[in-house]
Write a protein of this length. Structure first.
Length: 545
């Protein structure tokens, strides 16, 4: 150990059974204190009498007995030596800066306080910290149980519900399981609950997305199917009011749908190359006017600012669109079936009046492409968007800032590889948290790690690394109670971590292939997992549910 005196002129250092006191300015030994029979374990200078040094040692001849010694450095003599204080080792010494009383902490959980008088030390009090901590923990546990029994007061426009905590979600719910391939004829890439927990949205590699009514045990997968993409649908997201969904596919488009219609209302395409680049390529003969324009990949699209906008990522930029849907057209087209099978006069009646307008765009020259995008679209207005880039960075963009938005924070080297998923807490009417809870975000990358970040700081708050992720894009999610983090894994399992400790709480098995997406129910203590095996599995905190 090493300790300084309050004046900053002396430093004491233990060397086995001896203590050496150095004068810092002269870099020389002032005095060597000898007298302990065993290794010196701790020492402190007296805050009032600066010439006094208190040391504690462990003497094995007394079967790990401990003694206290006080040295007078001015006189270079022993000021006081105690008898055996305890049968347990001394862990620490603390001295009251007001009256000079010395407290000694022992390995048995006890604390002894001594009053230092002229030439002696008198025991003042003995405290058993272990008993005190045990009683305090018991009281806290009882208070927590009592708080859980009391239902919180919630004002909601939705039907009455029973508040539940997401605790110990590890029991597979067999009654909600559907036969394999009944949802998708291939891998399921994304799964998401509606905000009222009555619907589940899924998207798959079979170029289909759908919403299913819950629970499966009652409705058997009944719902609405969205067909129209030419390649696999990577993601599907709900609007805040659960009336719309947006799908993102590998065909370089995203489509906006009414949740109860199978006809897309709007289509957003990937960014086309600039006109001057296209013209130059055509002049060189590398692009024919009859060929299709090669657009950039549509990476992500999400509802934003309580469904007033659609935020999308394409290439190395993000775009903000304002939109208006023609619900009459969408529902009429859905009711009439495929318009191409009807007469021409009937088709002409179904004219889509939906409109979209790009209102803002932000490009990031430091990165080649955006790899992930997240924003809050819940029970309150938020103008913050989080962008993950191919340069292994995270950018926090304030879309509503004066002057057309601005980047408020850049976090470099987030992972060893670019983050493929960024997740923010999802606000719901079933839970209420302090505003600082929504400053947290999760980033996941194919380096088998998930990092927890605070938007207000640059450092990683917590690291979760017990799952496997080396190749695929896997989903992550906060629990509604903000106590847990769930993620998919390439070892055919889903993992739930404790957000406070970073440790794995449970490993959920059952899938026969990579678990690609996870979603917590906003209402019930339930977790849904999707996999490349084409199935969705539900896990609950109660084996009987």
């Amino acid at each position: 150990w090493l300790t300084f005196d309050d004046t900053g002129t002396l430093v004491a250092m233990a060397s086995n059974r001896d203590v050496k006191v150095f004068v810092i300015e002269r870099k020389e030994v002032l005095v060597t204190l000898e007298g302990h029979l065993a290794c010196v374990t701790k020492g402190e200078f007296h805050p009032i009498h600066h010439h006094l040094l208190i040391t504690a040692s462990e003497d094995r001849t007394f079967k790990v007995s401990n003694a206290m010694v006080i040295w007078d450095l001015a006189a270079r003599t022993l000021w006081f030596q105690s008898a055996v204080l305890s049968a347990f080792s001394i862990l620490s010494i603390a001295i009251n800066p007001v009256n000079g009383d010395a407290a000694f902490g022992f390995t048995d959980g006890s604390i002894k306080i001594y009053t230092l008088l002229d030439g002696c030390a008198k025991e003042f009090a003995v405290i058993n910290v272990e008993n005190f901590v045990r009683k305090s923990l018991r009281r806290n546990q009882e208070a927590e149980k009592e708080a859980r029994r009391e239902a919180p007061q919630v004002i909601s426009s939705l039907p009455p519900f029973l508040p539940r905590t997401v605790d110990g979600v590890h029991h597979f719910q067999q009654k909600h399981a559907l036969p394999p391939k009944s949802l998708h004829q291939g891998a399921i890439l994304h799964v998401e609950y509606s905000s009222d927990a009555k619907w589940l949205a899924t998207s798959g590699a079979d170029r289909v997305a759908q919403v299913c009514k819950l629970p499966f045990s009652r409705f058997g997968g009944e719902g609405n199917v969205f067909v129209g993409h030419d390649q696999g649908v990577r993601a599907i997201h709900w609007s805040q009011n659960d009336r719309m969904v947006v799908t993102v596919a590998s065909d370089k488009t995203s489509r906006l749908w009414l949740a109860d219609s199978d006809t897309p209302s709007l289509t957003f395409q990937g960014l086309a190359p600039p006109s001057n680049v296209a013209a130059a390529a055509a002049a060189m003969g590398s692009m024919s006017s009859t060929k299709k324009v090669i657009r950039q990949e549509m990476l992500e699209a999400r509802f934003f600012y309580m469904d007033k906008f659609l935020l999308s990522a394409c290439g190395n930029l993000i775009r903000l669109h304002q939109f208006e849907l023609d619900e009459t057209y969408a529902r009429a087209a859905s009711a009439n079936g495929n318009a191409r099978t009807r007469k021409k006069n009937d088709v002409e009646v179904l004219e889509n009046q939906s409109r979209k307008k790009r209102v803002a765009q932000w490009s990031f020259d430091d990165m080649q492409s955006v790899t992930s995008l997240a924003c809050v679209n819940g029970a309150f207005h938020s103008s913050i968007a989080v962008v993950g880039g191919s340069d292994r960075s995270l950018r926090v963009v304030d879309v509503g800032a004066a002057g057309g938005g601005r980047i408020v924070r850049v976090i470099r080297d987030v992972h060893t590889r670019a983050a493929h998923t960024v997740a923010l807490p999802r606000p719901t009417c079933f839970s209420s948290h302090p505003s600082n809870f929504y400053d947290l975000l999760l980033s996941s990358a194919p380096d088998s790690t998930i990092h927890l970040w605070d938007i207000r700081a640059d450092n990683c708050v917590m690291r979760f690394c017990e799952h496997t992720n080396r190749v695929h894009t896997l989903g992550v999610a906060f629990s509604p109670c903000m106590r847990y983090v769930a993620t998919g894994s390439e070892d055919r399992s889903a993992y739930i971590y404790d957000i406070r400790t970073g440790r794995k709480l449970v490993k959920l098995k059952g899938h026969s292939d990579v678990v690609t997406s996870v979603a917590f129910s906003p209402l019930h203590p339930q977790l849904a997992t999707a996999s490349y095996d084409g199935t969705v599995r539900f896990y609950s905190s109660n084996a009987t549910e």
